[in-house]
Design a protein around this ligand. Structure first.
Ligand code: FE2
Length: 197
């Protein structure tokens, strides 16, 4: 009896065992390139636009789960991503870059999570543009449409990371080689959002 008491006391003193405690994902700026108008195409495959050739760039599967700090999924969440195309142009914004945009890249997309909080996108590996290391903008909305997290996902090991003042190493994920379905890379990112106040 006494021993059991001691063990339970020990367990309670170890927060990692009592309840998984995940660190909330750091917030980052949305930047100037969030779509200003609702894009005509906004599904979870950013590499296909009707009537256009497949997107240029290295096609990448981005998957993950939207979690709360206790490890449970944020059911009903929506994940949005936006990023520049293979020539460094953002779409659906007034991006005055010099290169002609890739009409085959969607630029923005969203995915509603399943009951495990899981989402999946097909997109391209991000490329650098004027002063920024490659990144994918990512936003999580809850089932009430409230913004719960806005952040950026970076490429682990990318040499430009160290020269980008916004870079956060905790947001860098490894791009693993993939060879199925025309994909070049597969990457996982699990956003952890704060519980609602
Ligand atoms: Fe950006």
């Amino acid at each position: 009896m006494l021993r059991r008491h001691v063990i339970l006391g020990l367990l309670a003193s170890l927060p990692g065992l009592a309840a998984a405690k995940l660190a909330p994902t750091p917030r980052q700026t949305a930047g100037p390139f969030y779509p200003w108008a609702e894009p005509e195409h906004d599904d979870a495959d950013l590499t296909r636009v009707p009537g256009q050739p497949p997107a240029q760039g290295e096609h990448t599967r981005l998957t993950g789960r939207v979690l709360l700090p206790d490890g449970t999924p944020l059911v009903g969440a929506r994940v949005e991503i936006w990023q520049c195309d293979a020539v460094g142009r953002y779409h659906h914004v007034r991006d005055g870059g010099r290169n002609a945009p890739d009409a085959g890249f969607q630029g923005y997309g969203y995915c509603d999570v399943d009951n495990d909080g899981a989402y999946a996108f097909r997109t391209i590996k991000p490329v650098p543009y004027s002063g920024r290391t490659p990144h994918i903008h990512l936003r999580v909305l809850d089932g009430d449409g409230r913004e719960r997290l806005t952040t950026q996902v970076y490429v682990a090991g990318e040499p430009r990371n160290g020269r980008d003042g916004l870079f956060d190493a905790s947001l860098a994920v490894p791009f693993e080689p993939a060879d199925a379905d025309g994909l070049r890379w597969a990457v996982q990112f699990n956003p952890v959002v704060q519980p609602r106040a």
